[in-house]
Design a protein around this ligand. Structure first.
Ligand code: FMN
Length: 304
């Protein structure tokens, strides 16, 4: 009998649990010569904003021990160009597209959601709430449960698509935010976004990143991510997508075992463009070795 790798995120079915993480896989097409995009479960596109953005000044990426710091600042083509230039390619793929989006006001999230609602062949939207609300004095929407909930309500009001809400790990208690977005109507939760960090050049005594504050990702963040995902899985009933330092099938399995219904691969795409495919093959080998026919038999089997 064939192996079943299909997983459900509520009302959405993915052909397998391996997705790519936003900002590390462009709009998919850049990887078409390197891997078979049709083999993936899903693709989360670069964070899309209402207007096209050039992002932060350079340098905006550096390598760290077991990871990297970035402060790209949402360089992207903007929602209208995405719809015109990128969506026609993505919609033909078997991998489900998740339109990752970000905005600086609650209202702007609504406008984006309405535009995305017109795209009939996507898996859903992924709402990145880790951004400052410029109307509310720059408070990060992902760290304030009331604001996070109002973003989700606004997005839900404007789209009938699956709404995945991406959480930041930079909070005191992730459970409070997870509960708030679930109650506001999120269909699933993905986490973690990057951990805030900083790095100093000891010769110049200046920041190694022009923006000073940046986000840490890669293998170094994996244990933090696994713990936060486990907490969220035990707090909400909606499906959870695990992200953070995944570069091998063994990494992915840790997330599935603690209860993630799917996973996203981020930084690993930069140093191993075939990481997603290798993870997929590794999951199949694990299933065969352990006589598991259905990947769903692995999800949430953590023994505490
Ligand atoms: C260069 C870079 C750009 C990113 N851009 C976005 C983005 O636009 N939107 C978003 O939600 N997350 C973004 N992320 C966060 C990743 O999607 C992911 O949540 C995070 O890096 C942790 O996963 P990883 O350790 O596998 O990279 C970015 C990460 C990196 C490294």
């Amino acid at each position: 009998m064939g192996l079943n790798l299909k997983v459900n995120l509520g009302n959405i079915e993915l052909q397998n649990p391996v997705m790519t993480a936003s900002g590390t896989f462009g709009y998919g097409d850049e990887f078409e010569k390197l891997i078979d995009l049709n083999a993936l479960g899903g693709i989360s596109i670069k964070g899309t904003t209402l207007e096209e953005r050039q992002g932060n000044p350079m340098p905006r990426i550096i390598e760290t021990s077991g990871g990297m710091l970035n402060a790209i600042g949402f360089q992207n083509v903007g929602i209208d160009r995405f719809i015109k230039e990128k969506y026609p390619y993505l919609k033909k793929l078997k991998a489900k597209t998740f339109v990752n989006m970000t905005a600086n006001t609650v209202e702007e999230f609504g406008v984006l959601a309405k535009k995305i609602d017109e795209l009939d062949q996507i898996g859903g939207v992924e709402v990145n709430i880790s951004c400052p609300n410029i109307k509310a004095g720059g408070i990060n929407m992902g760290t304030d449960s009331k604001m996070a909930a109002s973003v989700v309500r606004e997005v839900k009001k404007n789209t009938s698509h699956h709404v995945m809400v991406k959480l930041t790990p930079n909070v005191t208690d992730i459970k409070v935010i997870a509960k708030a977005v679930e109650e506001a109507g999120a269909d699933s939760i993905s986490l973690i976004n990057t951990l805030v960090g900083m790095a100093v050049d000891i010769k110049t005594r200046k920041s190694k990143i022009a923006n000073v504050i940046s986000g840490l990702s890669g293998p170094a963040v994996k244990p933090v991510a696994v713990k936060l995902i486990w907490e969220v899985v035990n707090t909400v009933k909606i499906p959870v997508v695990g992200i953070g330092g995944i570069s091998t099938a063994e990494d992915a399995l840790e997330f599935l075992i603690v209860g993630a219904s799917a996973i996203q691969v981020g930084t690993a795409n930069f140093y191993n463009p075939r990481a997603t495919i290798e993870i997929l093959e590794g999951l199949k080998s694990y299933m065969k070795e352990n006589k598991i026919n259905d990947i769903n038999e692995v999800i949430g089997t953590f023994e505490s």
